[in-house]
Design a binder for this molecule. Structure first.
Ligand code: APR
Ligand code: ZN
Ligand code: ZN
Length: 361
Protein backbone atom coordinates (compact mmCIF):
# COMPACT_ATOMS: atom_id res chain seq x y z
CA UNK A 1 0.00 0.00 0.00
CA UNK A 2 1.34 3.40 -0.94
CA UNK A 3 1.75 5.59 2.12
CA UNK A 4 1.57 9.30 2.78
CA UNK A 5 4.23 11.18 4.73
CA UNK A 6 5.41 14.77 5.18
CA UNK A 7 8.30 16.07 3.08
CA UNK A 8 10.04 19.35 2.18
CA UNK A 9 9.36 20.45 -1.38
CA UNK A 10 11.05 23.13 -3.50
CA UNK A 11 8.06 24.06 -5.69
CA UNK A 12 9.77 26.35 -8.21
CA UNK A 13 12.81 28.49 -8.95
CA UNK A 14 13.80 30.49 -5.86
CA UNK A 15 10.45 29.93 -4.20
CA UNK A 16 10.53 29.21 -0.47
CA UNK A 17 10.39 25.54 0.40
CA UNK A 18 7.26 24.15 2.02
CA UNK A 19 6.02 21.01 3.68
CA UNK A 20 3.67 18.87 1.58
CA UNK A 21 2.13 15.47 1.87
CA UNK A 22 3.98 13.10 -0.40
CA UNK A 23 3.00 9.67 -1.60
CA UNK A 24 5.56 6.86 -1.30
CA UNK A 25 4.86 3.75 -3.35
CA UNK A 26 5.68 0.29 -2.05
CA UNK A 27 9.25 -0.62 -3.02
CA UNK A 28 9.50 -2.31 -6.40
CA UNK A 29 12.28 -4.65 -7.55
CA UNK A 30 15.65 -3.38 -6.35
CA UNK A 31 14.09 -0.61 -4.24
CA UNK A 32 13.81 0.15 -0.52
CA UNK A 33 11.66 2.43 1.60
CA UNK A 34 13.71 4.04 4.36
CA UNK A 35 12.32 5.61 7.51
CA UNK A 36 14.49 8.74 7.68
CA UNK A 37 15.96 9.58 11.10
CA UNK A 38 18.19 12.51 10.17
CA UNK A 39 19.13 14.55 7.11
CA UNK A 40 21.73 17.32 6.93
CA UNK A 41 21.15 20.58 5.03
CA UNK A 42 23.73 20.82 2.21
CA UNK A 43 24.54 23.59 -0.29
CA UNK A 44 23.42 21.30 -3.09
CA UNK A 45 19.86 21.38 -1.71
CA UNK A 46 19.99 25.15 -1.88
CA UNK A 47 21.30 24.97 -5.45
CA UNK A 48 18.35 22.72 -6.39
CA UNK A 49 15.94 25.22 -4.89
CA UNK A 50 17.61 28.13 -6.70
CA UNK A 51 17.50 26.34 -10.04
CA UNK A 52 21.25 25.79 -10.32
CA UNK A 53 21.06 22.07 -11.08
CA UNK A 54 18.01 21.14 -13.15
CA UNK A 55 14.61 22.62 -13.82
CA UNK A 56 12.70 19.47 -12.94
CA UNK A 57 10.58 21.09 -10.22
CA UNK A 58 9.10 20.22 -7.84
CA UNK A 59 12.04 18.77 -5.93
CA UNK A 60 11.88 16.67 -2.81
CA UNK A 61 15.00 18.04 -1.09
CA UNK A 62 17.51 16.45 1.28
CA UNK A 63 20.25 13.92 0.58
CA UNK A 64 22.60 13.64 3.61
CA UNK A 65 20.66 11.07 5.52
CA UNK A 66 20.58 8.08 7.80
CA UNK A 67 17.62 5.95 8.76
CA UNK A 68 16.19 2.48 9.10
CA UNK A 69 15.07 0.32 6.20
CA UNK A 70 11.32 -0.21 6.49
CA UNK A 71 10.62 -2.48 3.53
CA UNK A 72 12.42 -3.79 0.47
CA UNK A 73 11.25 -4.87 -2.98
CA UNK A 74 11.76 -8.06 -4.90
CA UNK A 75 15.31 -9.30 -5.33
CA UNK A 76 16.87 -7.02 -2.71
CA UNK A 77 19.59 -8.84 -0.81
CA UNK A 78 22.01 -6.11 0.28
CA UNK A 79 19.74 -4.71 3.02
CA UNK A 80 16.73 -5.93 5.00
CA UNK A 81 13.98 -4.27 7.04
CA UNK A 82 15.38 -3.01 10.34
CA UNK A 83 18.88 -2.29 9.02
CA UNK A 84 20.39 1.06 10.04
CA UNK A 85 21.73 2.66 6.87
CA UNK A 86 23.46 5.76 5.54
CA UNK A 87 22.14 6.81 2.13
CA UNK A 88 24.58 7.48 -0.70
CA UNK A 89 23.90 9.25 -3.97
CA UNK A 90 25.96 6.94 -6.14
CA UNK A 91 24.58 3.40 -6.21
CA UNK A 92 27.06 2.14 -8.75
CA UNK A 93 26.12 -0.18 -11.59
CA UNK A 94 29.15 -2.47 -11.29
CA UNK A 95 29.24 -3.03 -15.03
CA UNK A 96 30.16 0.19 -16.83
CA UNK A 97 33.68 1.04 -17.93
CA UNK A 98 34.41 3.15 -14.82
CA UNK A 99 33.15 0.40 -12.52
CA UNK A 100 35.10 -2.31 -14.33
CA UNK A 101 38.27 -0.22 -14.05
CA UNK A 102 37.84 0.11 -10.28
CA UNK A 103 36.78 3.76 -10.33
CA UNK A 104 33.13 3.44 -9.40
CA UNK A 105 32.90 7.06 -8.19
CA UNK A 106 32.90 7.94 -11.90
CA UNK A 107 30.01 5.53 -12.61
CA UNK A 108 27.46 7.39 -14.69
CA UNK A 109 24.95 4.56 -14.73
CA UNK A 110 24.13 4.84 -11.04
CA UNK A 111 20.76 3.51 -9.92
CA UNK A 112 17.98 5.46 -8.31
CA UNK A 113 14.51 4.14 -7.52
CA UNK A 114 12.58 3.52 -10.74
CA UNK A 115 9.21 4.47 -9.29
CA UNK A 116 8.39 8.09 -8.58
CA UNK A 117 7.30 9.65 -5.33
CA UNK A 118 4.45 12.11 -5.96
CA UNK A 119 2.32 14.80 -4.41
CA UNK A 120 -1.23 13.72 -3.54
CA UNK A 121 -2.49 15.12 -6.90
CA UNK A 122 -0.11 12.77 -8.73
CA UNK A 123 2.56 15.39 -9.59
CA UNK A 124 5.87 13.54 -9.84
CA UNK A 125 8.69 14.70 -7.56
CA UNK A 126 12.39 14.87 -8.41
CA UNK A 127 14.32 13.68 -5.35
CA UNK A 128 17.52 15.69 -4.70
CA UNK A 129 20.51 13.56 -5.84
CA UNK A 130 18.09 10.65 -6.21
CA UNK A 131 17.44 10.61 -2.47
CA UNK A 132 14.86 13.16 -1.21
CA UNK A 133 15.30 12.66 2.52
CA UNK A 134 13.79 15.80 4.06
CA UNK A 135 10.81 13.52 4.56
CA UNK A 136 9.58 11.05 7.13
CA UNK A 137 10.22 8.26 4.63
CA UNK A 138 11.78 8.04 1.20
CA UNK A 139 12.03 5.57 -1.66
CA UNK A 140 15.54 4.79 -2.94
CA UNK A 141 17.43 2.11 -4.84
CA UNK A 142 18.57 -0.57 -2.41
CA UNK A 143 22.15 0.05 -3.58
CA UNK A 144 21.88 3.59 -2.17
CA UNK A 145 21.66 2.10 1.34
CA UNK A 146 24.89 1.27 3.17
CA UNK A 147 24.58 -0.64 6.44
CA UNK A 148 26.60 0.79 9.33
CA UNK A 149 26.92 0.14 13.09
CA UNK A 150 23.41 0.75 14.50
CA UNK A 151 24.88 2.15 17.73
CA UNK A 152 26.16 5.28 15.90
CA UNK A 153 24.22 8.51 16.40
CA UNK A 154 22.02 8.97 13.30
CA UNK A 155 22.85 12.68 13.06
CA UNK A 156 26.56 11.90 12.87
CA UNK A 157 26.16 8.91 10.55
CA UNK A 158 24.03 10.81 8.04
CA UNK A 159 26.79 13.37 7.50
CA UNK A 160 28.84 10.71 5.74
CA UNK A 161 26.27 10.70 2.96
CA UNK A 162 27.69 13.85 1.35
CA UNK A 163 29.82 16.80 2.50
CA UNK A 164 31.81 15.18 5.28
CA UNK A 165 32.63 12.16 3.11
CA UNK A 166 33.64 14.54 0.31
CA UNK A 167 36.15 16.28 2.59
CA UNK A 168 37.55 13.23 4.38
CA UNK A 169 37.81 11.39 1.06
CA UNK A 170 39.52 14.36 -0.62
CA UNK A 171 42.30 14.05 1.96
CA UNK A 172 42.54 10.29 2.33
CA UNK A 173 41.33 8.78 -0.95
CA UNK A 174 42.23 11.46 -3.48
CA UNK A 175 45.10 13.31 -1.81
CA UNK A 176 46.60 10.13 -0.37
CA UNK A 177 47.59 12.02 2.79
CA UNK A 178 49.85 9.84 4.88
CA UNK A 179 51.73 10.02 8.19
CA UNK A 180 53.98 13.02 8.55
CA UNK A 181 52.65 14.85 5.49
CA UNK A 182 52.16 18.59 5.49
CA UNK A 183 48.63 19.44 4.33
CA UNK A 184 47.05 22.81 3.59
CA UNK A 185 43.28 23.13 3.38
CA UNK A 186 41.98 26.25 1.65
CA UNK A 187 38.37 27.01 2.65
CA UNK A 188 37.21 25.67 5.99
CA UNK A 189 33.49 25.15 5.69
CA UNK A 190 31.99 21.74 6.29
CA UNK A 191 33.93 20.18 3.43
CA UNK A 192 37.28 21.80 4.31
CA UNK A 193 36.91 20.93 8.00
CA UNK A 194 36.21 17.35 7.00
CA UNK A 195 39.43 17.44 4.97
CA UNK A 196 41.21 18.65 8.12
CA UNK A 197 39.65 15.79 10.12
CA UNK A 198 40.61 13.32 7.38
CA UNK A 199 44.20 14.58 7.37
CA UNK A 200 44.37 14.17 11.13
CA UNK A 201 43.08 10.60 10.82
CA UNK A 202 45.70 9.87 8.18
CA UNK A 203 48.48 11.04 10.50
CA UNK A 204 49.45 14.31 8.82
CA UNK A 205 52.28 16.14 10.54
CA UNK A 206 51.17 19.68 9.78
CA UNK A 207 47.63 20.73 8.92
CA UNK A 208 47.41 24.35 7.79
CA UNK A 209 43.89 25.76 7.62
CA UNK A 210 43.29 28.77 5.34
CA UNK A 211 40.10 30.84 5.33
CA UNK A 212 38.97 34.46 5.16
CA UNK A 213 36.88 34.15 8.31
CA UNK A 214 38.49 33.87 11.77
CA UNK A 215 35.49 31.98 13.16
CA UNK A 216 36.05 29.27 10.53
CA UNK A 217 39.71 29.14 11.42
CA UNK A 218 38.93 28.71 15.12
CA UNK A 219 36.65 25.80 14.27
CA UNK A 220 39.26 24.26 11.95
CA UNK A 221 41.69 24.33 14.86
CA UNK A 222 39.21 22.36 16.97
CA UNK A 223 38.98 19.85 14.13
CA UNK A 224 42.73 19.28 14.18
CA UNK A 225 44.43 22.09 12.24
CA UNK A 226 47.90 22.76 13.64
CA UNK A 227 48.23 26.22 12.03
CA UNK A 228 45.77 28.77 10.66
CA UNK A 229 46.12 31.50 8.05
CA UNK A 230 43.60 34.27 7.43
CA UNK A 231 44.09 34.91 3.71
CA UNK A 232 42.51 38.37 3.99
CA UNK A 233 45.43 39.36 6.20
CA UNK A 234 48.28 37.38 4.72
CA UNK A 235 49.15 35.92 1.33
CA UNK A 236 48.30 32.24 1.84
CA UNK A 237 50.94 30.94 -0.56
CA UNK A 238 53.68 32.76 1.31
CA UNK A 239 52.26 31.71 4.65
CA UNK A 240 52.05 28.03 3.67
CA UNK A 241 55.62 28.12 2.36
CA UNK A 242 56.87 29.78 5.57
CA UNK A 243 55.16 27.12 7.66
CA UNK A 244 56.74 24.32 5.62
CA UNK A 245 60.38 25.38 5.70
CA UNK A 246 60.03 27.35 2.47
CA UNK A 247 58.85 24.38 0.42
CA UNK A 248 55.07 24.23 0.26
CA UNK A 249 52.68 21.52 1.39
CA UNK A 250 52.72 17.87 0.30
CA UNK A 251 48.98 17.99 -0.26
CA UNK A 252 46.91 21.15 -0.80
CA UNK A 253 43.15 20.76 -0.72
CA UNK A 254 40.99 23.45 -2.32
CA UNK A 255 37.54 23.40 -0.70
CA UNK A 256 36.07 26.68 -1.98
CA UNK A 257 35.59 26.20 -5.71
CA UNK A 258 37.04 29.53 -6.95
CA UNK A 259 39.76 30.24 -9.53
CA UNK A 260 41.85 32.35 -7.15
CA UNK A 261 41.88 29.72 -4.41
CA UNK A 262 42.75 27.01 -6.93
CA UNK A 263 45.67 29.14 -8.07
CA UNK A 264 46.78 29.56 -4.48
CA UNK A 265 46.63 25.79 -4.07
CA UNK A 266 48.68 25.33 -7.22
CA UNK A 267 51.50 27.58 -6.01
CA UNK A 268 51.37 26.39 -2.39
CA UNK A 269 52.34 22.79 -3.15
CA UNK A 270 55.80 21.38 -2.61
CA UNK A 271 57.82 19.78 -5.41
CA UNK A 272 55.96 16.60 -6.37
CA UNK A 273 53.06 17.75 -4.20
CA UNK A 274 49.41 17.07 -4.89
CA UNK A 275 46.62 19.60 -5.38
CA UNK A 276 43.08 18.34 -4.78
CA UNK A 277 40.12 20.31 -6.06
CA UNK A 278 37.05 19.38 -4.03
CA UNK A 279 35.28 22.76 -4.23
CA UNK A 280 32.91 22.61 -7.20
CA UNK A 281 33.60 25.25 -9.89
CA UNK A 282 30.91 26.68 -12.18
CA UNK A 283 31.18 25.77 -15.87
CA UNK A 284 32.55 29.23 -16.81
CA UNK A 285 35.47 29.30 -14.39
CA UNK A 286 38.95 29.25 -15.91
CA UNK A 287 42.55 29.71 -14.76
CA UNK A 288 45.89 30.08 -16.51
CA UNK A 289 48.76 27.92 -15.31
CA UNK A 290 52.30 28.48 -16.56
CA UNK A 291 53.45 25.19 -18.09
CA UNK A 292 56.97 25.73 -16.79
CA UNK A 293 55.52 25.67 -13.26
CA UNK A 294 53.45 22.55 -13.96
CA UNK A 295 56.55 20.86 -15.33
CA UNK A 296 59.00 22.19 -12.79
CA UNK A 297 56.99 21.27 -9.73
CA UNK A 298 55.71 17.93 -10.89
CA UNK A 299 53.22 16.22 -8.66
CA UNK A 300 49.56 15.93 -9.45
CA UNK A 301 46.56 18.17 -10.02
CA UNK A 302 43.47 16.17 -9.07
CA UNK A 303 39.80 16.60 -8.45
CA UNK A 304 37.81 14.62 -5.93
CA UNK A 305 34.38 13.28 -6.71
CA UNK A 306 32.28 12.53 -3.63
CA UNK A 307 35.62 12.01 -1.90
CA UNK A 308 36.36 9.25 -4.44
CA UNK A 309 34.60 7.07 -1.90
CA UNK A 310 33.38 3.51 -1.93
CA UNK A 311 30.38 3.74 0.38
CA UNK A 312 30.45 0.04 1.27
CA UNK A 313 34.10 0.35 2.32
CA UNK A 314 34.29 3.90 3.67
CA UNK A 315 30.99 4.47 5.53
CA UNK A 316 31.32 1.51 7.94
CA UNK A 317 35.05 2.19 8.42
CA UNK A 318 34.50 5.85 9.31
CA UNK A 319 31.60 4.98 11.61
CA UNK A 320 33.85 2.50 13.42
CA UNK A 321 36.51 5.21 13.88
CA UNK A 322 33.80 7.56 15.12
CA UNK A 323 32.58 4.95 17.62
CA UNK A 324 36.17 4.54 18.87
CA UNK A 325 36.40 8.29 19.47
CA UNK A 326 38.97 8.82 16.72
CA UNK A 327 36.79 10.85 14.35
CA UNK A 328 34.61 13.54 15.85
CA UNK A 329 31.60 13.56 13.54
CA UNK A 330 29.45 15.23 16.21
CA UNK A 331 31.60 18.36 15.88
CA UNK A 332 30.09 18.95 12.42
CA UNK A 333 26.55 19.18 13.76
CA UNK A 334 25.99 22.84 14.63
CA UNK A 335 22.27 22.51 15.31
CA UNK A 336 19.44 20.03 15.01
CA UNK A 337 16.20 21.31 13.51
CA UNK A 338 12.72 20.17 12.49
CA UNK A 339 11.44 19.58 8.96
CA UNK A 340 9.65 22.95 8.95
CA UNK A 341 12.90 24.85 9.65
CA UNK A 342 14.77 24.02 6.45
CA UNK A 343 14.08 27.42 4.86
CA UNK A 344 15.65 29.20 7.86
CA UNK A 345 18.60 26.80 7.74
CA UNK A 346 19.21 27.86 4.11
CA UNK A 347 19.29 31.49 5.24
CA UNK A 348 21.72 30.71 8.04
CA UNK A 349 24.13 28.98 5.63
CA UNK A 350 25.52 32.36 4.62
CA UNK A 351 26.13 33.64 8.13
CA UNK A 352 29.34 31.72 8.57
CA UNK A 353 28.66 30.11 11.92
CA UNK A 354 26.93 26.95 10.75
CA UNK A 355 28.80 23.85 9.62
CA UNK A 356 25.74 21.65 9.38
CA UNK A 357 22.11 22.07 10.33
CA UNK A 358 20.67 18.60 10.65
CA UNK A 359 16.97 17.79 10.44
CA UNK A 360 16.03 15.20 13.05
CA UNK A 361 12.77 13.33 12.53
N1 APR B 1 39.81 32.01 0.50
C1 APR B 1 39.71 31.15 1.52
N2 APR B 1 38.51 30.71 2.00
C2 APR B 1 37.41 31.17 1.41
C3 APR B 1 37.45 32.09 0.33
C4 APR B 1 38.72 32.52 -0.13
N3 APR B 1 38.84 33.35 -1.13
N4 APR B 1 36.17 32.36 -0.04
C5 APR B 1 35.37 31.64 0.78
N5 APR B 1 36.12 30.94 1.67
C6 APR B 1 35.69 30.05 2.74
C7 APR B 1 34.44 30.49 3.46
O1 APR B 1 34.72 31.43 4.48
C8 APR B 1 33.93 29.15 4.03
O2 APR B 1 34.49 28.88 5.30
O3 APR B 1 35.36 28.80 2.17
C9 APR B 1 34.46 28.13 3.02
C10 APR B 1 33.37 27.52 2.17
O4 APR B 1 32.58 26.79 3.02
P1 APR B 1 31.02 26.54 2.82
O5 APR B 1 30.41 27.69 2.12
O6 APR B 1 30.49 26.08 4.12
O7 APR B 1 30.99 25.33 1.76
P2 APR B 1 31.21 23.77 1.95
O8 APR B 1 29.92 23.10 2.22
O9 APR B 1 32.35 23.51 2.88
O10 APR B 1 31.65 23.38 0.46
C11 APR B 1 32.82 23.92 -0.12
O11 APR B 1 33.08 22.12 -1.66
O12 APR B 1 31.82 20.29 -2.22
C12 APR B 1 32.12 21.60 -2.52
O13 APR B 1 30.11 22.43 -3.53
C13 APR B 1 30.96 22.53 -2.43
O14 APR B 1 32.13 24.15 -3.71
C14 APR B 1 31.70 23.84 -2.40
C15 APR B 1 32.92 23.52 -1.56
ZN1 ZN C 1 29.09 1.78 -13.31
ZN1 ZN D 1 25.40 17.39 -0.47
Amino acid sequence: MAQQVRGVIAPGKNEPVRIETIVIPDPGPGEAVVKVQTCGVCHTDLHYKQGGITDDYPFLLGHEAAGVVESVGEGVTEVAPGDFVVLNWRAVCGECRACRRGRPWYCFATHNAEQKMTLTDGTELTPALGIGAFAEKTLVAAGQCTKVDPEASPAAAGLLGCGVMAGIGAAINTGGVTRGDSVAVIGCGGVGDAAVAGSLLAGAGKIIAVDIDDRKLAKAKEMGATHTVNSREKDPVEAIRELTGGFGADVVIEAVGRPETYEQAFYARDLAGTVVLVGVPTPEMKIELPLAEVFGRGGALKSSWYGDCLPSRDFPMLIDLYRQGRLDLDAFVTETIQLDQVEQAFERMHHGDVLRSVVVL
